[in-house]
Each structure stands twice: as structure tokens, then as C-alpha cells.
Design a protein around this ligand. Structure first.
Ligand code: HEM
Length: 448
């Protein structure tokens, strides 16, 4: 259990830290790297829902698995808590939301919000449906296959079309370049940056050459968008960036546009695909859930599908942490006083496994979200507060449309095979065997 501070009031500003595991720091760090999820589960069970640990790359860190503390962290001023350091911006460019803080972050979020909300999103549904139909056209009948890779292609193509506004040759080139670049970038993001110029054969040099190719392609896309006689009506996010300005009338710089598009892709591609892979893995193992989904997919309703999406994201959380960096001299977190420079890691996974909030948390049961909408601070697959995922509504639409389309066109065979194990793919945690299913094409698609 957590040790609360004693009644002897500590001297102001003196750190008061949560308990640390009684093991050599190096061993704790190695165990975290080797098996992050298991280590966090074990530590929070043994030492309480707020634990101190030293983590390679992130340094002195506080693990938080307590809903009340998570709420406090997500509602703390962004001046006090910055984004975790290092984050994706280290490799993908400092000009995206990941690398911005304070006013610069707020201004950028204001620019990013319109394309990822309400009306704009429903405009992208057609692209998601088209990409899904294109991908499933080659699915085999009656043979087991992995859904994860097809889902990766769908979510990549959706982002390239809806966000980058790419078509034709540029679309094809980006399709080939980006997955390998983002995968390499995410792997390198947890390693220290080399102090000397990268050797030509090193992965860092490969990363730099991917960047040069990428910037050339973005230049071409910007030129094509501006040349388009319908530029003023184009709905892709790149065109919205090119047309919009900050409150002071200035526009996003060319460098920032490249960084932001890349960040959106890195943040939104594998995460959404992994969630879809898990959705197929889960529903093929729960015949009653599948039956209700199939019946509903023949209608325009999506109440049960939405509850299922919420439950997949809780029961198989693909991003396990939302991280912050203490920027203020001291951060008062519940009874603790955390010094400047510490990392704070909110364990989204542990919050989703809390038996006090989710009775029998291992059980997959969409019913949990039929009567009650998810709670902002205990259902947190998209993190929380001012840094909450900017693409949450977009991702939710994508999950809904892909599932609906597949359910309408295929019979998914149920299985009593044990659930797939969890595997770290780079950005997200995926089903280890790729979310394998057997499907049969329906002679006539159901529903609209
Ligand atoms: C199921 C799919 C997704 C999951 C689980 C997910 C999860 C997350 C999480 C946990 C964060 C960090 C939040 C925090 O620190 O509190 C985040 C940030 C972010 N996500 Fe997502 N995401 C998904 C899809 C998307 C999509 C589709 C996009 C864009 C189209 C996107 C764009 C972003 C961006 C730009 C940020 C950084 C926000 C900032 O720092 O202000 N994500 N996401």
C-alpha cells in the first residue's frame, strides 16, 4: 500500500515521493523495459496506485494508476505539466503538437480542432467505407487470416487521403515510405539520440533519408492543392491547414505543416488499426456480442456497436500510458510533492483494469457501456485534458464505419480459441497473432 506522508508536516517545497520498489534501480528499470505491462501491474499491486520508479530514457518517474490522481493530472494547468520528454517530436519534428507547449500548443490545437470535429468528420466517412471495401475485396473465404495488416492499410490510406489529400503517384509513394519510416522512428524514439553525426549505414541515417523523400512529397502535395481550382472547397486537412490562420493572422509555416501531418499519421495510423485488430479478435470470441452486432448492422442504428468499441478500447487498451513532465518547481499530486524534471506516467491500462470501476475487469462485456456513457477520467484510451487525443472523434468514426462495413459484407466465424496475447508493435500494443479470423462473404450485403 502507498505510504502517506506523516503528520510531521514536511518543509515547504521539499519533495515527498511515493514508495519505490525495494529492488536495485537497475533491476527495476530492466524489468520495465523487458515487460512494461507486467511490471506496472505488479508494482501497483504491491506498492499502491502511485509508485516511483527509474525508467530508461524517461528518468525518475511516477507511475499513476489511481483514478482520482489521474483526474488531477489531466486537469492540471499545462504550464505546470508539460508533455513527457522525450516524445514523438524528437524524431518526427519539433513543429507538431507533440513538441509544442503553453501558448504555442494551445494555438495549434485551435487550428487542429475544426478538421477533426463534427461536420468535417462525417465528410470523411465515405473515404473510410471506400477504403474498407477496396481492402476486403481480396479477403479469402473460409481461410484464417490476420486482420491487423489489412487494417493497417485501411487506416494508412484513410489518413493519406483525408488528411494529406494525397492521390495518384504521391499517394503511392507515401504509402510505401511512411509505414517503414514511422516504425523505425518509434523504435528509435526510446533510444538516446547519438551525439555524433550518424554513420551512413546507421538507422539514424536511414531516418534522415526518409525525411528528405517525405519533404519532397509534401512540397508536391502543397503545390497540387494550391493549383486545384476547387482549393477553397477541398476538405482534406492539408488544405484546411493551408487556408487557416492563427488568431494573429499568421499561417502555419511549411516546416510545421510537414511535422504536423507526420505526427497525425504516427499517432493515428497504427493506434486505430490495432484497435480494429483487437475488435475482430474480441468479437470472434464472443458469439452473443457478434450476434447482436450483426443484427444491428442491418439497420442504421449503432448503439451496440458504439458500446462494443468503447469496451474493446477498455479491455484491449492499445496505448498504455499518457505521459507528462513536471515543469513547475514542485507538483503537488494528491499527498505527494513531485520535484521538477520528474516524468509522470498515467497508466491508462491500469485505470481500465480497476475492479472498483469495472467489476470483473478481464471480462469483455459491451453491456458496461450500454446503460452508461464512459467516464472522462476512468475510460481514457485517448488520454485526457489539454493533450487528449486530437483525433479521438475521427478514430471513433473510423472504427465504427470499418466494423459496420465488414459486418454487412461478411459472416465472421466464432472461435473458442484462447484470446491472443498482447504484442508491442512499435507505437501500439496489438494482438500477437494479428487478430486472426475466418470469414465468409455474404451473398448479398446486409443493410444500406
Ligand atoms: C484508436 C485510435 C487512437 C488512440 C487509442 C489514440 C490515443 C492517443 C493518446 C493516448 C494520446 C495522448 C493523450 C495524452 O497525452 O493525454 C494521443 C494523442 C494524440 N493523438 Fe491519438 N489516438 C488514436 C487515434 C488518433 C487519430 C486517428 C489521430 C489523427 C487523425 C490522432 C492524433 C493525435 C495527436 C495529434 C495527438 C497529440 C495531441 C497533443 O499532444 O495535443 N490520434 N492519442
Amino acid at each position: 500500500m502507498s505510504e502517506a506522508p506523516t503528520l510531521d508536516a514536511p518543509v515547504a517545497e521539499e519533495p515527498v515521493l511515493p514508495p519505490a520498489p525495494r529492488m536495485p534501480a537497475l533491476l527495476g528499470a530492466l524489468s520495465f523495459v523487458a515487460s512494461r505491462r507486467r511490471t506496472v501491474r505488479r508494482l501497483t499491486a504491491e506498492y499502491g496506485r502511485c509508485v516511483r520508479i527509474r525508467v530508461p530514457v524517461f528518468g525518475d518517474s511516477i507511475l499513476v494508476a489511481d483514478p482520482a490522481l489521474a483526474k488531477q493530472i489531466f486537469t492540471t494547468s499545462p504550464e505546470v505539466l508539460h508533455n513527457i520528454q522525450p516524445n514523438l517530436s524528437r524524431l518526427l519534428g519539433k513543429g507538431s503538437v507533440f513538441g509544442l507547449e503553453g501558448t504555442a500548443h494551445r494555438r495549434r490545437r485551435k487550428l487542429l480542432t475544426p478538421p477533426f470535429h463534427g461536420k468535417s468528420i462525417s465528410g470523411y466517412e465515405r473515404i473510410v467505407e471506400e477504403e474498407t471495401l477496396r481492402e476486403v475485396a481480396s479477403w479469402p473465404d473460409g481461410e484464417q487470416f490476420e486482420t491487423l495488416e489489412p487494417m493497417m492499410r485501411i487506416t494508412l490510406n484513410v489518413i493519406l487521403r483525408a488528411v494529406f489529400g494525397a492521390e495518384g503517384e504521391e499517394l503511392q509513394q507515401l504509402r510505401e515510405l511512411l509505414p517503414k519510416w514511422v516504425t523505425l522512428g518509434s523504435r528509435l524514439s526510446v533510444l538516446p539520440t547519438p551525439k555524433h553525426p550518424a554513420a551512413p549505414w546507421s538507422p539514424w541515417a536511414r531516418l534522415a533519408s526518409y525525411r528528405r523523400t517525405y519533404e519532397g512529397l509534401i512540397d508536391k502535395l502543397i503545390a497540387a492543392a494550391r493549383r486545384d481550382p476547387d482549393f477553397a472547397d477541398r476538405a482534406d486537412v492539408l488544405s484546411l491547414f493551408l487556408r487557416s490562420t492563427y488568431d494573429d493572422g499568421t499561417a502555419m509555416s511549411r516546416g510545421d505543416i510537414g511535422d504536423e501531418l507526420l505526427a497525425i499519421l504516427a499517432a493515428g495510423h497504427e493506434t486505430t488499426a490495432s484497435t480494429l485488430g483487437w475488435a475482430f479478435e474480441r468479437i470472434s470470441r464472443h458469439p452473443q456480442v457478434l450476434e447482436r452486432l450483426v443484427a444491428e448492422a442491418a439497420t442504421e442504428d449503432n448503439t451496440y456497436r458504439q458500446a462494443t468499441i468503447f469496451e474493446v478500447q477498455r479491455n484491449r487498451t492499445v496505448i498504455d500510458f499518457a505521459g507528462r513532465h513536471v515543469a513547475a518547481p514542485v507538483y503537488e499530486l494528491g499527498p505527494w510533492r513531485i520535484p521538477q524534471g520528474f516524468s509522470i506516467m498515467v497508466s491508462l491500462l491500469q485505470l481500465h483494469s480497476d475492479p472498483e470501476v469495472y467489476p470483473d475487469p478481464e471480462r469483455f462485456d459491451p453491456q458496461r457501456f450500454l446503460e452508461e456513457k464512459p467516464n472522462t477520467f476512468s475510460w481514457v484510451p485517448f488520454g485526457g485534458g489539454t493533450r487528449r487525443c486530437v483525433g479521438a472523434a475521427f478514430a471513433n468514426m473510423e472504427l465504427d464505419v470499418v466494423l459496420r462495413t465488414v459486418l454487412r459484407h461478411f459472416v465472421i466465424q466464432t472461435t473458442d480459441a484462447p484470446g491472443e496475447k498482447v504484442h508491442s508493435r512499435g507505437v501500439a500494443f496489438t494482438p500477437k497473432k494479428g487478430g486472426r479470423v475466418v470469414v465468409y462473404r455474404r451473398p448479398v450485403a446486409r443493410g444500406a
